[in-house]
Write a protein that binds this ligand. Structure first.
Ligand code: ARG
Length: 573
């Protein structure tokens, strides 16, 4: 990608003034009239060097000697603007087009990242609350792969918590056999919710109700412990619940086009708990407190939040599991980093786990890639309140709406193809609406916005891609990229946008924000559509071949970017 091709040159120039200083990479010019890229090094260094930024920039300017740089100037408070040679751009563009990573710098080469995402809890249907982790995590897998990382996408299923004790109790007390045979996950969800209602206390709950709730909770805890200690009957039930849930999850994942490299639920670490807890004690990290085992922190933000690693009844918990899991991942894959994609409510949990891991000399860089909540207009969603929107229902509605548009726009396509297009567009629309938001903002769920077909949306981008593909198909023969020329500013800026796609991939990676790539692709599609509107391609006369090459490059950039985000790209819509 372009900025990295100049790093050596910039380093040499910078180091001739300050040895070993860190160098800012080139970034796109704020104003394209001033150049293609700008370098802010002089501006940034003026203060520490106590130098005049403009004078510093003037000193650096002659050192920036490169055949690709055709114009250079100092602007404003010490920015250096560079303009690149067209012929050099054409050459680089061809190189990018022929690279499977589209020129993305392989910053992850030789390194492994574990991405812990989706990770639903067993015994409930997947609802829209599971959507963001699945979408964002899957996109982060694609982005890391583009940058050369070896990616291990791990679905850390919640298959080992106290919910099983509750479920087992509920199963024995309230299961409707016929309903269970008919719709197993539906019936499990129902009895689980029923359990929650039974133990929920209100200020005016009677003493009798309170006693019943306590008894139920005690029973659930006992069943959980029995399960964790290997009781045969509870293990059999647990396996059954797991099978039912996994079948349901699989259906949704297939529909969403999401895959994992491994699916290692919490239960995978159950066997390591005792040894691990002992390790924490031996290392002097954990201490007894009122029968439980806890870890205290000295970090200011954690000092009032000790973390429990073993409950009074001896059962391990979510935190213990996560610690064992880091150790396991380190031993198995030796990852440079582990990314956890969950909602914001788990920030404290991960701060605690990461703090222990650091003290325990676990090596991987640990990052909690948290995201904001998805709320309904009427407030929080809860299985118990019964206002849950299931993921399959959302996808069905999206596909239905997409189908209406496809039928209207492309009535001549065969039925089967229209169904296929609607499925891809509908599922992509939901995914893109999610990814295009800054992950760390809360989203209020809105059917219309989620499924909108205009503006910065998947349908708009997919149509732009299909428009490129159909133009190229009508041209009759494959575009010849060696014929690339950009006569007009609009064409040249489109080309630059195409070539900046890997820069957007890297920016999205660095900040763990797939939406930065969405913004770039939207800008690219807008530029392409302006170009398409203003310049004839097939009837472009002597410019025909050059423009077809530009269309081909646009097509490849859109495809590359959209596929990194996990969208299904179509040639015909
Ligand atoms: N199952 C958890 C939940 O639904 C998310 C797990 C996230 N991953 C982890 N390693 N703790 O909240």
């Amino acid at each position: 990608m372009i900025p990295d091709l100049f790093l050596d040159l910039l380093r040499a120039a910078a180091h001739s003034i300050v040895p070993d200083v860190e160098v800012d990479p080139l970034i796109p010019c704020a104003n394209p009239l001033h150049g293609d890229y700008q370098w802010n090094f002089a501006f940034r260094m003026a203060k520490p060097l106590k130098a005049n930024p403009r004078a510093l920039a003037e000193r650096l300017l002659p050192l920036l000697d490169h055949p690709a740089i055709v114009e250079k100037s100092v602007a404003g408070p010490g920015f250096i603007n560079l303009k690149l040679a067209d012929s050099w751009l054409y050459e680089q563009a061809q190189r990018q087009a022929n690279d499977p990573a589209f020129g993305t710098s392989p910053t992850g080469a030789g390194k492994t990242v574990v991405i812990d995402f989706s990770s639903p809890n067993v015994a409930k249907r997947m609802h829209i609350g599971h959507m963001r982790s699945t979408h964002i995590g899957h996109a982060l897998c694609g982005l890391h792969r583009a940058a050369g990382w070896t990616v291990v996408g791990d679905n850390h299923i919640g298959d080992w918590g106290t919910q099983f004790g509750k479920l087992i109790v509920a199963y024995h007390l309230w299961l409707d056999r016929a309903a269970y045979d008919e719709d197993p996950i539906g019936e499990l969800e129902r009895i689980y919710v029923h359990f929650g209602n039974e133990v929920e206390l209100k200020p005016d709950s009677s003493d009798e109700k309170r006693a019943e709730a306590t008894a139920l909770m005690d029973r659930a805890r006992a069943e959980t412990l029995k399960l964790q200690q290997g009781d045969a009957e509870n293990t059999r039930l647990w396996k059954e619940f797991l099978k039912v849930s996994m079948a349901e999850f699989e259906q949704v994942y297939t529909r969403m086009g999401v895959t994992f490299d491994v699916v290692l639920g919490e239960s995978a670490y159950a066997g390591q708990m005792e040894q691990m807890v002992q390790g924490l004690i031996d290392a002097g990290l954990a201490e007894e407190s009122q029968g439980a085992l806890i870890i205290r922190f000295t970090e200011p933000e954690l000092k009032d939040h000790p973390m429990m690693v073993r409950k009074k009844d001896g059962a391990a918990n979510y935190a213990t599991t996560d610690l064992a899991c880091i150790r396991y991942r380190q031993d198995r894959w030796n990852p440079a980093k582990i990314l956890y994609v969950t909602d914001m409510r788990q920030q404290l949990h991960f701060q605690q786990v990461f703090a222990v891991a650091r003290r325990w000399d676990l090596r991987p860089e640990l990052i909690h890639a948290w995201f904001g909540m998805l709320v309904l207009p009427e407030g929080a969603m809860s299985t118990r309140k019964g206002n849950v929107i299931r993921l399959v229902d959302l996808l069905d509605e999206a596909v239905r709406r997409a189908r209406a548009v496809v039928d209207q726009k492309s009535p001549d396509l065969p039925e089967e193809e229209r169904a296929k297009i609607a499925e891809a567009v509908g599922v992509s629309a939901v995914r893109y609406a999610d990814l295009a938001q800054h992950p760390q903002t809360n989203i209020t769920f809105d059917w219309d916005r989620m499924l909108s077909l205009e503006g910065n949306t998947a349908p708009y981008l997919l149509y732009s891609h299909a428009r490129c593909a159909s133009l190229l198909a009508r041209a009759g023969s494959a575009a010849d990229l060696t014929k690339l020329r950009t006569k007009h500013t609009l064409e040249r800026e489109l080309l630059l946008a195409v070539m900046r796609t890997p820069e957007a991939v890297q920016a999205a990676l660095r900040s763990v924000r797939p939406n930065l790539l969405c913004d770039h692709l939207f800008d690219l599609a807008n530029r392409f559509n302006h170009f398409y509107h203003d310049f004839p391609v097939l009837t472009g006369g002597e410019d025909r071949e050059a423009r077809l090459a530009l269309v081909e490059l646009s097509r490849r950039a859109l495809r590359f970017g959209l596929e990194r985000l996990g969208l299904t790209v179509l040639d015909r819509m």
